[in-house]
Write a protein that binds this ligand. Sequence first.
Ligand code: YRO
Length: 308
Amino acid sequence: FDLTGQINGVPFDRLFLNASGVHCQSTTELDELLQDEFVGGAVTKSATLEKRAGNPAPRYYELANGSINSMGLPNNGFDYYIQYVLQFHAKPTILSVAGLSADDDIQLLNQIQDSDYQGLTELNLSCPNVIGKPQMAYDFEGTQALLQSVFSFFKKPLGVKLPPYFDLVHFDQITAILNQFPLTHVNSINSIGNGLWVDVASESVVIKPKGGFGGLGGKMVLPTALANVRALRQRLNDSIKVIGTGGVQTGADVFAHILCGAELVSIGTQLQAEGIGVYHRLTNELERIMADKGYTALADFRGKLNTI
Ligand SMILES: CC(C)(C)CCc1c(C(=O)O)[nH]c(=O)[nH]c1=O
């Protein structure tokens, strides 16, 4: 079976990635991903300029149908991750960066521009904005201005990680902005922001930071993830690929992401819950579905979702 994809001419011999944030904070975790035969590439935890401890625990909690997290960007700092991605790896890496402000974003990308790194970079637009404004990706003028200044100096491959949108006009608005820039890809979705889980027995929230509010992932977000992948694919220039992230538990979920137009598929919550063996299972399940349908390659059905 041909389970390949490519981003900006970078070939991925397998479609599977990790969702940034999961199994990607240390070089040990990143190595384990890149050494797994069923994984196509690895995305780093979003790097900030300085190393961060992140929020107090409990900050991640597994639910029956997904997960809730408010990690607070714990990471080993930009230098740690650029040093890693500058090493030789048999498979592609995606360096994820998240400034704590637009200025940080500019500084991070300037450091990449000035480095020898020629691989893929992903700017996490769920990063915080100025106080009183929503996260960058929900501030359309802010996103436009940020990308305008980024592309005035950044000449290397760049994609963006987006939170989910829920209004069709918002899909029109964000893609009208993104289509102005030579992006390699859009990675959709990030967690559904500011969910809340209540444990009835203890009459309490389940994570400590932000009074229990946190990003939702896993099975429960699949319909939102599929909608975002499909809506972005329908609106973005063909040159901008879509990496599908969100809600994948089974091979059928992977198949659905590809039908909606995903070039590659990331696994987050299920990787956290099941471990790296999830990729072998998902590969078997996906190939079984493809065989039953007479497909031999993802390209046979990528983006070919039927409407009724
Ligand atoms: C939410 C931010 C802390 C601003 C960015 C990092 C991040 C986190 C995190 O580190 O809390 N969790 C997510 O599910 N997605 C993210 O993009």
